[in-house]
Unconditional design. Structure first.
Length: 641
């Protein structure tokens, strides 16, 4: 039976080196060792449980021998010639005790062991559950923490659905390694040692004969593991696709409904879900064939015991009937443990597939980090910890991939403190990429960017970003109160500071007038209960609350109507006063406000000057201005605002 056809799993896009199976197992063991006390305690409890299980079987055999030998002595007419019992460690009861007394003693011992096993097993189960939950919470936190520190390049190379799956589903797969693999494997090895050791103590030849098929079982297990390993990796990829479809639909629900695509989107999701299910069913079929096969082969050992056990009983005077019963019980337990190898192998493949994806995130290189010995801000004339605001691009180039064409190429630009520079260019010209290097969302692949004469890479990353306020084209708001959204970058801000920032951003009026609970109004996901202009003004207030010397406005009026644009522009005029400001803009209303305008084409600067200077020379800027002027004239003729 062959695996279902499926696309080749994508290459590792995290930038982390691919881990071998041995490296992966060592990492997982190291992860478990962080909880060494709990792990060792669990393993000790499991060892005691196994010892009690073996002891219980031994006592059962002893009870059978006591009863049989007693019958041989008291009922010679039955013709029973059973061998005397072997008391453990030679601790036989007094000779005056009768068979019933001896059986009662054994029964009491079995009962005591059973009670102890109940208490210990309950404690072991609680300890295992606590351990795996602690591990999951800790590991999930580490993955989430790492995601916060990875560069935009990483997020550009990995889909959000896959990242969500790694933080949730794949971390739970790592849980399988601790619960179903590590603990179970150690238990299996201890079980084999306990059971095989006891069986060898009873009869070496019978043990060797009955366990002769064990190497075959291990060989089958290796073959099974190699067969299903690629299928588990592919299944996780298919599950990523399913989550991606779901997350895209949730984010784009307005587009879906607006174009009446619900039916097609439902079919798309169902197809992705069926792909996961069909692939999983193929894995289940392999498991459903392999597990019963291993169990059947292991049960054949009992047939060998029936054939060889009688021979040993007849020839070995030290091998009693009770020993034969105990040997059968041990062999049954041994077979069950060997049979569990199939389930452990299945868990190994599932857990290692998830673990590999988790470690790809944890091992992903942090491309943008703070230096070990950062240069303090304030050397350019500003107070300690605060930049003066002089930003210089010196021969800056940047490419998203090593073999890709440059998105920004050879840019030289100096922006003085308090100056406003607008950046204009067609889609893909490199505007956002260029400005993204100021807060170090990316580092240049050529040249350098300096702040007050210091290379940004020599500054502490958090200090740098606290000196920069950013308003994006599509401002994202969190499902918190309005006040908490404004204070997002400065959670210790007072109510007066929040209101002052909102007032400067022209947001205080609609917050207090139109929102039911004012600043305490809780926003829906993404700020869906606000208009576009309201969201943008809150975003401006959020940036201003930092009181940053540098402000980056990434085309904040692109999706705003003309009436709202006027309010946003007034807010930005207030926001830009006294700050070094970069504005990505296309509308003349915004461009005219800039001290200088930089025009980009294919990542390079092709024009630079004031609005009047650029209008006096032919080029991209004047062409864009003429188009907007003609459009404005047409709107005026049509009576449109």
């Amino acid at each position: 039976m062959s695996a279902p056809a499926s696309p080749t799993p994508p290459a590792n896009t995290s930038g982390a080196p691919e881990l071998s199976n041995g490296q992966l197992i060592r990492r997982l063991l190291k992860l478990a060792w962080q909880w060494r006390r709990a792990t060792v305690a669990i393993l000790l409890m499991q060892a005691l449980l196994l010892a009690m299980a073996v002891g219980g079987l031994g006592l059962l055999g002893l009870a059978i021998d006591v009863i049989g030998h007693g019958l041989s002595d008291q009922r010679p007419d039955l013709g029973l010639d059973l061998k005397p019992p072997h008391w453990p460690l030679g601790l036989a009861p007094p000779e005056a005790w009768g068979p019933l007394d001896r059986v009662a003693l054994v029964a009491v011992l079995i009962t005591v062991i059973g009670g102890l096993r109940f208490v210990l097993d309950r404690g072991s189960q609680i300890a295992i559950a606590t351990l795996v939950q602690n591990l999951v919470v800790d590991l999930r936190g580490k993955v989430y923490d790492k995601l916060q520190r990875l560069s935009f390049r990483f997020f550009g190379a990995n889909e959000s659905g896959g990242l969500i799956n790694r933080v949730t589903g794949d971390v739970m797969m790592v849980r399988l390694f601790i619960d179903r693999v590590l603990i179970q494997v150690v238990m299996l090895l201890m079980s084999l040692v306990f059971f095989a050791g006891y069986m060898l103590s009873l009869n070496v030849m019978l043990t060797v004969v009955c366990l002769a098929s064990t190497p075959l079982l291990w060989l089958l297990t290796v073959v099974f593991g190699r067969r299903v390993k690629p299928a588990y990796r592919e299944n996780r990829r298919l599950f990523d696709d399913c989550i991606r479809v779901l997350s895209e639909n949730a984010r784009g629900v307005h587009v879906v409904k607006g174009f009446s695509r619900q039916g097609l989107e439902i079919e798309k999701f169902n197809a992705a879900s069926r792909a996961v299910s069909d692939h999983k069913r193929w894995i289940f079929r392999q498991v459903a064939f392999f597990v019963p096969l291993i169990m059947a082969l292991s049960q054949m050992n009992l047939v060998v015991l029936i054939l060889a056990g009688g021979y040993v009983y007849a020839r070995d005077p030290a091998f009693s009937f009770g020993d034969l019963i105990v040997f059968a019980g041990l062999l049954q337990q041994f077979s069950q443990q060997v049979g569990s190898v199939a389930e452990i192998t299945n868990a190994v493949q599932a857990s290692m597939t998830g673990a590999r994806r988790v470690f790809e995130v944890l091992d992903a290189p942090e491309e943008v980090t703070s230096p070990a010995d950062p240069v303090p801000l304030g050397g350019g004339g500003g107070p300690a910890g605060r930049a003066a605001g002089r930003v210089a691009f010196e021969g800056v180039s940047f490419a998203y991939e090593d073999d890709a064409s440059a998105a920004v190429s050879g840019v030289d630009l100096v922006v003085e403190p308090g100056e406003c520079v607008a950046v204009l260019g067609a889609t893909g010209a490199g505007k956002t990429t260029l400005l993204s290097m100021v807060p170090r969302f990316y580092d240049p692949t050529g040249g350098r960017v300096t702040l007050d004469g210091t290379d940004l890479r020599r500054l502490d990353l958090q200090d740098l970003r606290r000196n920069i306020g950013i308003v994006f084209q599509e401002s994202f708001l969190f499902s918190n109160s309005v006040a908490e959204n404004i204070a997002f970058g400065r959670p210790d801000a007072t109510e007066q500071q929040v209101r002052r920032a909102a007032t400067i951003a022209q947001a205080d009026g609609f917050i207090t007038r139109d929102l039911e609970h004012g600043y305490d109004t809780v926003l829906t996901e993404g700020g869906g209960n606000l208009s576009g202009g309201q969201r943008q003004r809150i975003a401006i207030a959020r940036a201003l609350l930092l009181d940053p010397p540098i402000l980056i406005l990434d085309d904040p009026t692109a999706a705003i109507d003309p009436e709202t644009e006027h309010e946003i522009l007034e807010a930005m005029d207030r926001a830009m006063r006294g700050r070094t400001t970069f504005v990505v803009a296309h509308r003349l209303s915004m461009l005219r406000r800039a001290d200088r305008i930089v025009v980009l084409k294919r990542g390079g600067v092709v024009q630079c000057g004031t609005h009047d200077q650029l209008m006096d020379q032919p080029g991209l800027y004047r062409d864009a201005a003429d188009v907007q002027a003609a459009d404005a004239g047409s709107r005026k003729l049509l009576g449109m605002p």
